[in-house]
Design a protein around this ligand. Structure first.
Ligand code: MN
Length: 709
């Protein structure tokens, strides 16, 4: 059973009338009561899953809207919202009893339900389109729908778990983004908590407990800060109300997901809110709190002078509080507060009192632009594409070749898309076609693109992918593969190193007596040979020493005869070639162990390798194998005259000789000549010599040489 807040007591019409007295006149309340009698009669005999009379539901929905101080027409429509859909009452019949304004709202809400679709994507698209259309007609229809959903979410525990989960998913996908875009944050926050409780009950419970525990530990501290802030403001003659703010489970969870971190990694930030009477006071409060505690640089935001896109206004700042704990403060007027909580709904509350609230204006503008989009686009999918950009500013929506929608965080690349489809696709992808155009794995995706992944069964994940994989799914997939690969490769490299060292000692693994091997492994603390080999391969243990222990009894001393290990190139992740000197087959080389990361092969003349040798680090004599494969990085320095197109000419010559340029850097030397650094891929020394010869032959080139170290 999902963990959710305490059940809500059924709302009675008498409670509702009492609540309305605060802002509606008796005639308006009588009208609402008339709609109640009408709805109660229509729903007579119907019960909800919980067993209570059906009429409690529309009354509860109306109560949510009364709390937001919506006008009496909207409250009436809320009470009548299920009449057309769930009873024998028809629209014409409703028209005989109520004004067009009310009936159109009821009709609008009814139309948003029960839509039939062929596919999930289409259902989503069509639902969105209907919602947006309804909104552009009368935004109160959406407010009623949101209140309806909120009450259904509050009473979700009577639903079978599978159905509850599906409703929660729909709430997350459609209702929460709309509430967010319209700035109706009080409803959004409650929907988020309820949806999380129903969709991820276990995570929700853990998150709530952790938050409460952390807050509990700091109770005194929070009370102290609240008191200190209040006292200071009183002393400065500023009338203001200071409140501590609760951290919510859903937003904390989202933050952890976005940052891909654990709860304990989230900064211990405590949030306070200061509500004042007028705009001018906001800035004076800011001055007072900045005087009290040191403000953190770069954290002050003036959303009063420059409201957010949805019209939100407040001053934000972060102070360095006592015990080094950061204090987050939001300062706003009561009017800004209502707008921040209720968004477009606040428009009604402030109608007449305040002309053109920023939020209502922003929302109205957005709705108008939606109407334009709606008029210009024929089909739902295209409309969805436009609308989603607005509704989910932090996400991109792309399509599979079959039209399925894939949701990714902004900045996601082809590799994220591949892993989002399936880890098998991710593990074997090589490139993609974005809108029919061939594109590399690192390409960032934009809204509405159609992406097709090209896979090759022999392709495998590369460590470099982690530089542009954004989603947790892709990163985890790549890491898991590399980890497993590293273990296998480390063991293989360790085996080679060990056999090589044994060979130097004039013996072979097969000649080692099994009992001796077991004793040695035991002595070194390994369970089996492959574990020792892995450690050798990763550079955590010396192969020479292990070989000696295996080959000879303890007391016997022996000076090993050294013969270099051969390097074949393309060994994988544990043999790397140093970028500083770029050794190529044919060069004299030396290998240095870096702990936990395998071997790094340097040119013997590389100054860095010399350093290592002098310092007596773990190094190993190596030589190139007769059968070397692959291409190797090396760096050239070219001094050339400053003629136009010189860089292009040199690059063309390099390409002509069958070498790939990985990087070019140009540094101006003087007015006449410039120095260029090329990093290229060559097969061996012969290939490199050919490249050098061709460059040297160019008339513009003054000097060319290889960079070692
Ligand atoms: Mn309903």
């Amino acid at each position: 059973m999902p963990v959710s807040p305490a059940p809500v007591a059924p709302m009675r019409i008498s409670d509702l009338c009492e609540a309305m007295e605060v802002y509606l006149n008796p005639a308006q309340i009588r009208e609402v009561y008339r709609s109640y009698l009408f709805a109660a009669e229509a729903h007579e005999g119907q019960t909800r899953l919980s067993g209570e009379a059906y009429i409690y539901h529309p009354v509860a929905v109306a109560a949510i809207l009364v709390q937001m101080r919506m006008d009496h027409h909207c409250v009436m429509a809320a009470i009548l919202h299920d009449v057309i859909e769930d009873t024998s009452i028809t629209k014409p019949k409703l028209k005989q009893a109520f004004t067009d304004e009310v009936v159109e709202m009821v009709d609008g809400v009814s139309k948003l339900t029960y839509l039939k679709f062929r596919s999930r994507a289409e259902a989503q698209a069509e639902n969105f389109r209907k919602m947006m259309l309804a909104m552009t007609q009368d935004v109160r229809i959406i407010l009623i729908k949101l209140a309806d959903r909120l009450h259904n979410m509050r009473t979700l525990e009577v639903m079978p778990p599978v159905k509850a989960r599906r409703i929660a998913r729909e709430t997350l996908d459609i209702y929460i983004p709309i509430a967010n875009r319209l700035g109706i944050n009080n409803i959004r926050h409650e929907l988020e908590e309820l949806a999380m409780a129903a969709h991820w009950p276990r995570r929700y419970q853990v998150m709530r407990e952790t938050l409460q525990q952390r807050r509990g530990n700091r109770r005194e501290w929070i009370d102290d800060i609240t008191r200190i802030l209040s006292e200071r403001l009183v002393k400065d003659g500023l009338s203001a109300e200071v409140r501590g703010r609760e951290k919510r489970a859903y937003s904390t969870y989202k933050k952890m997901q976005a940052k891909q971190c654990r709860f304990s990694d989230l900064a211990d930030v405590y949030a306070f809110r200061v509500i004042v009477d007028q705009v001018d006071t906001c800035y004076r409060v800011l001055g007072a709190v900045h005087n009290l505690y040191r403000p953190m640089p770069g954290k002050f935001k003036d959303y009063i002078a420059i409201p957010k896109a949805n019209g939100y206004q407040s001053l934000h700042t972060v102070l360095m509080g006592p015990q080094g704990l950061p204090i987050e403060i939001q300062i706003r007027t009561q009017a800004m507060h209502v707008l921040a909580e209720q968004g477009i709904a606040a428009h009604w509350q402030y109608k007449g009192e305040r002309q053109g609230s920023a939020t209502a204006d922003a929302a109205a503008k957005w709705l108008r632009s939606l109407l334009e989009v709606q008029q210009n686009t024929g089909d739902s999918m295209e409309f969805l594409e436009h609308v989603k950009v607005d509704l989910y500013p932090d996400e991109v929506y792309v399509f599979t070749p079959r039209g399925q929608i894939v949701e990714l965080p902004r900045g996601a690349t082809v590799i994220d898309f591949a892993y989002a489809i399936h880890s098998n696709i991710g593990n074997h992808c090589v490139a993609a076609r974005i809108d029919q155009q061939l594109a590399p794995l690192r390409s960032q995706l934009r809204n509405g693109q159609t992406v097709e992944i090209i896979t090759k069964q022999t392709a495998t994940p590369k460590p470099g992918w982690l530089n542009f994989a954004m989603t947790g799914k892709a990163r985890t997939g790549i890491r898991a593969y590399l980890k497993q690969l590293e273990t296998t490769e480390a063991a293989a490299l360790g085996q080679r190193l060990l056999e090589h060292e044994l060979g130097c000692l004039g013996t072979q693994p097969e000649q080692i007596e099994p009992g001796r091997q077991a004793a040695m492994l035991h002595e070194l603390g390994y369970t089996d040979l492959s574990e020792l080999q892995q450690h050798i391969g990763l550079g955590n243990r010396s192969a020479a020493l292990a070989a000696r222990l295996l080959a000879f009894p303890k007391d016997q001393t022996q000076v090993p005869v050294s013969a270099p290990l051969s390097i074949q190139g393309g060994e994988g992740m544990l043999i790397h070639f140093a970028r500083c000197c770029g050794p190529v087959p044919g060069d004299p080389i030396i290998a240095i162990f870096s702990r936990g990361r395998g071997m790094l092969v340097h040119h013997q003349h590389c100054p860095n390798s010399g350093d290592f040798r002098r310092r007596g680090k773990d190094w190993l004599e190596v030589q190139w194998d007769d059968q070397v494969s692959g291409e190797f990085h090396t760096t050239l320095r070219v001094d050339a005259g400053n003629q136009r197109g010189m860089l292009a000419t040199v690059a063309a010559v390099i390409a002509d000789s069958g070498s790939n340029i990985e990087d070019v850097r140009s540094e101006e030397r003087d007015g006449l000549s410039s120095r260029l650094r090329f990093t290229l891929l060559v097969k061996d020394r012969k290939h490199l010599a050919d490249v050098l010869r061709r460059i040297r032959a160019l008339p513009q080139v003054l000097k060319v040489g290889r960079v070692i170290g």
